[in-house]
Design a protein around this ligand. Structure first.
Ligand code: SF4
Length: 348
């Protein structure tokens, strides 16, 4: 049952009252400063609220304004982002801060169309910022919104199809006009995060029961409809933890257009088959000391860490010849590392 009318009482009237009474107190909700809202939205893309809060505090303390952030260097920002993953977000954060500072005199554009031209700000984030900060009447459709609209209204449109965003936006437009747009968008998302959750939605305590298609038809798990599965590629990484007698080790910067760009790593060999173990590194014994799997949205990494102890002369020669950096356990944290390497260094 697809429904485009604005007759649903829950979406038409109750949802914002529910939000005003039940929303979580979160630091970025204390005001409508676009810098703070933008920062929180970028941090919360692919990150849970509980984890995002400490990063939000860390960034707003280090960079209270967009001007402060624009002056930061990329290594510092990546370092502070460490642990959140999806590092392109951090790189885009810095790019956008520089654009806002240099081209917009520190003022964020006041509508979703202009905001969406900035690096790292897509359809959802631009709508969220424009509606929350500038009251633009524009629906913000994230995963929570897809779920709430499709369950309540019984929308069977496949959300993995390219035209579904426009379809859901059109439906949301029927309701958003009845409310303050920023509050309405946040209410839908908060309701999806707290009540109409992906698994085990809290239907028993839900005030939408009488107005919910999925509940009335016991079809909660059928919505949202999503057919396209993300293709996950398997990759095999072999890292060489090369040390000398002083416990110094070698790192280099990832410069290719690939995951973890501009972060640091041990010397790496990418292989085609995980069965191929290494016994040496440039003729010196390589000892396999740790294996781990690491999941990203589109990639599944199988990582092996090898320890290679080198005589001082050879260590220095390799460091010079290959343009590696020599670091110690006292200073390596000045460099941003992908999570698997950071975890490895914390465990050895
Ligand atoms: Fe979601 Fe259940 Fe409420 Fe319907 S009744 S909106 S499925 S929590």
């Amino acid at each position: 049952m697809d429904c485009k009318s604005s007759e649903n009482i829950f979406l038409g009237k109750k949802i914002t009252s529910w939000y005003l009474l039940n929303s979580r107190k979160l630091p970025w909700r204390e005001g409508k400063n676009p810098y703070n809202i933008w920062l929180s939205e970028i941090i919360l893309q692919q990150t849970k609220v509980v984890q995002g809060i400490s990063y939000y505090h860390k960034f707003t303390e280090a960079f209270p304004t967009v001007f402060d952030l624009a002056l930061a260097d990329e290594q510092t920002v990546l370092n502070m982002w460490q642990g959140l993953g999806y590092y392109s977000r951090a790189r885009n954060l810095l790019k956008t801060a520089k654009i806002i500072t240099n081209d917009f005199n520190g003022e964020f554009p006041k509508n979703a169309k202009e905001l969406s031209k900035l690096p790292g700000i897509g359809a959802y984030t631009s709508a969220a910022i424009a509606s929350i900060c500038f009251n633009e009447v524009v629906p913000a459709i994230d995963g929570n919104a897809y779920r709430v609209y499709s369950r309540v209204l019984g929308i069977s449109k496949d959300i993995s199809k390219y035209n579904s965003l426009k379809y859901f936006k059109d439906i949301a437009m029927n309701y958003i006009k009845e409310h303050q747009s920023g509050i309405f968008n946040q209410a839908i998302m908060e309701f999806g995060a707290l009540v109409c959750t992906p698994k085990k939605p809290k239907c028993i305590i839900c005030l939408a029961q009488d107005n919910c298609y999925a509940f009335k038809n016991n079809r909660q798990s059928d919505f949202p409809v999503k057919t396209k599965k993300i293709k996950v590629k398997e990759r095999f990484f072999q890292y060489f933890y090369i040390i000398n007698k002083k416990n110094e080790f070698l790192i280099n910067k990832r410069i290719e257009d690939d995951i973890w760009k501009n972060m640091y790593q041990f010397p790496l060999k990418v292989i085609k088959n995980s069965d191929k173990e290494q016994s040496d590194f440039m003729g010196y014994k390589a000892e396999l000391i740790l294996e781990m799997n690491h999941k990203l949205t589109h990639q599944k990494l199988k990582i092996q860490f090898y320890k290679v102890s080198l005589p001082e002369k050879v260590f220095r020669k390799i460091a010079e010849r290959e343009d590696y950096l020599v670091v110690t356990f006292d200073d390596y944290q000045e460099y941003p590392f992908p999570k698997p390497i950071d975890n490895f260094l914390k465990t050895i």
